[in-house]
Structure formats: C-alpha cells, structure tokens
Design a protein around this ligand. Structure first.
Ligand code: NCN
Ligand code: DMD
Length: 353
C-alpha cells in the first residue's frame, strides 16, 4: 500500500499551546494540581485543538457493524443474527449507545461494514458493506488485501465527513458478534502474547468455552504463521484475523490523527483496532483519550502496552462506543473548569507559595 493515504504524516500536537494551558491552570483559583487529571485533559485537548478554550461540545459517534465468520465456531454467547438486529435497534434509538448519544447531544452514525444480511434495508444506516461478513480465520484469512484497504478507507472517509461538518471529539463504536475473538487474535499477534492471557467471556460464555476460544485462536495464529504470514505486521494481522468493522476503526483512528481530531477510545475491540493504528503510525496515541477500561481481561494489557490510561473503570463490557460516551461529561467538565474558572488575580484570592 505504498503512496496511499496511510502514509500521510500525523498532525503535530501544539506544544506551545500545551505549555500556555498549563500556565493558565496554575493561575486558576485552586491549589496547584487539585483538579488532578481534569487539568491535563483540558491542557491536552487545548493543545490538540490549538485553542485557549478547549471544547468537547460537538461529539461524533461512528458505530461500525460487521459479522465474523469465526462466530460460527461457537465462540459467542449470542447467535450471529444479533449483529443486524442490533443495527436496527441503534437506528430505532433503543440501544445503550442511542440513549447515551441522545443524552450527550452527540451525533450517532451507524455504518454497515458487511453483515450476513447486507445490504440492509434499515433507515439511516450508511452502507459500506464489503461482503457478507469475514471468512472464518480458523481456516483461512478473514479478508483479502483489497477488502482490507476498502475497510480502512471507509473508516477514514467517515472521519473526513465528520471533519468537514465540524467535530470536537470523535468516538468509534463497534458491533459484531464474535469480534472479541478477532480482537484477542489481533492483540495476541501484535503483542506476542498467548491468547490465553488475553481471552475473556465477551458477551458471556462460561469458563470452559473461554478455554476453547483461546485454544481455537492459538491454533489459528499458528496456522497463519506456518503459512508464512508475519504476525508482527499490523496490516497482515488485520487481513488474517481482523474484522471489517475493526479495520474501519483502525482507518478512522489513523485519519483522526492525520487530520488532528481528538478521539476518545472505547473498549477491548476498539483498543485492538487502535493498537493497529498505533503500530502503523506511532504517535496516534497522542491524539487519543481512553474512555474506560473494559471488564474484558485483555483490555488492560492492551492499554498498558501502549502506555494509555483509561479515565473510568466501571466493569462495562458492552462495546458500541458506550464506555467512551460515558466519559464525555468528564471531558466537558474539564473544559468548563479550564475556560470559566476565575484566576487568583480576577477573584482577589491570595495565591500560595
Ligand atoms: O468493548 C468491549 O470491551 C466489549 C467486551 C465484550 C463484548 N463486547 C461486545 O460484544 C460483542 C462481541 O462479543 P462476542 O462474545 O460475540 O465476541 C461485540 O458486539 C462487542 O461490541 C464489547
Ligand atoms: C444484545 C447485544 C448488544 C450488543 N452491543 C454490542 N455488542 C452487543 C452484543 C449483544 C448480544
């Protein structure tokens, strides 16, 4: 993929703006550092946005949905048709992310990246379907290189659209029965860890099934490795064991860092996609906040590997972008404090030493 948009440089973060924001925080009527991480959140956002008054009002949530061939191997607690049923639920406004988006005044866009029933005749769903879900990565590569390029580009294109319409903060969400298996395989390959260290219950399988899921993923990675695939290469990994929605999220994250849009990362699957983006273009993480640490055990390991700190830890494991959405009010509070608090001089309060 030489000379493609993937090679474009990431936008530089404005260090001068960051230093100015830190100096501003030091003048606000509070003991230095007493607002903890809210101070650094505001300063980081100001530096990303190159503005004195950071803003998290215009939030775009883009939810990528797709099916996974691996789901037919019995790795999920739910049947595959739930992916499409949930897409209808997102569109009708009844899903968790629909409720959160409404309460935040955020725009929610649902993108069909390829499900068993695509093309879908569901209102307001953006059709970017690549195929009827991926192939089962137990036996063969989940997708081919052309499909991977198409998925990455679809994610990037949705970010460009958000950028054109004005977006202070971008959240990628996902829906795909079986996608914790894909995310586990990606994380195991890129972090060179055993799947058994990263695997979890996903939608709620029992311990016996979790063990089987780990074995199946380990065998699949071995098969692809023996087939000559370099499992340290993020594009090869996405092609072999990824998903259409996961690749779209990787493309979206990468494009956000290229265009300079701050992003808020969700759970385990989102973070596996983010790891691919960070490996493709080191420095993406400078443009990201992490909303929460999911209950899926591999999430913490993924975040630690990228030295990224989650804002919340609520034992959530839903996906959809929900764990990022619940962290938006924190970013908004950080901005309001940074932009509206009085300084010691303005309020006539004596500063400390
Ligand atoms: O975001 C997470 O950390 C997370 C953890 C576990 C499950 N999920 C969601 O559950 C689905 C995948 O679970 P599974 O068991 O079918 O692999 C998919 O739609 C995800 O959005 C999401
Ligand atoms: C009902 C349901 C909703 C979801 N949202 C994200 N993943 C999901 C998985 C299931 C099973």
């Amino acid at each position: 993929m030489q000379n493609s948009w993937l090679q474009q440089p990431l936008k530089a973060i404005d260090d001068g703006c960051y230093a100015e924001s830190l100096a501003h925080q030091a003048q606000l009527t509070k003991p230095a550092g007493s607002l903890g991480q809210l101070e650094s959140i505001a300063c980081r956002l100001a530096a990303m946005q190159q503005r004195r008054d950071p803003d998290a009002s215009r939030v775009r949530i883009c939810l990528f949905a797709a099916d996974h061939g691996i789901a037919r191997a019995g790795v999920s607690a739910f049947p595959q048709e739930v992916t499409v049923q949930m897409v209808a639920n997102f569109s009708q406004g009844g899903a968790a992310i629909s409720v959160l988006a409404r309460s935040l005044g955020a725009e929610l866009e649902v993108v069909d990246m390829g499900t068993c029933s695509s093309p879908l005749s569901i209102e307001r769903v953006v059709d970017r379907a690549i195929g009827p879900g991926t192939r089962s990565f137990e036996q063969e590569p989940a997708m081919n290189r052309q499909q991977l390029e198409q998925a990455l580009a679809a994610g990037a294109e949705r970010v460009e659209e958000a950028f054109d319409r004005g977006c202070d903060l971008f959240i990628a969400g996902e829906m795909g029965i079986g996608n914790t298996s894909s995310a586990t395989a990606i994380a195991a390959a890129l972090l060179d860890r055993a799947p058994s260290e990263l695997v979890g219950p996903g939608t709620g399988i029992d311990r016996e099934h979790v063990t089987r899921k780990a074995e199946l993923i380990a065998a699949a990675l071995q098969l692809h490795r023996e087939g000559g695939v370099d499992l340290s290469e993020p594009l090869a990994v996405l092609e072999c064991v990824g998903g259409f929605e996961i690749a779209a999220m990787t493309g979206a994250y990468l494009r956000c860092a290229q265009l300079g849009i701050p992003m808020l990362v969700d759970g385990f699957i989102s973070s596996a996609a983010f790891l691919c983006a960070e490996r493709l273009a080191p420095g993406c993480r400078e443009w990201a906040f992490v909303g929460h640490c999911s209950a899926e055990p591999g999430h913490r390991i993924l975040l630690e590997s990228m030295v990224m700190d989650p804002l919340l830890q609520l034992q959530m494991r839903l996906g959809e972008g929900s764990g990022a959405a619940v962290a938006v009010p924190l970013l908004r509070s950080a901005c309001a404090l940074h932009n509206q608090m009085a300084t010691f001089a303005q309020a006539g309060v004596s500063a400390g030493d």
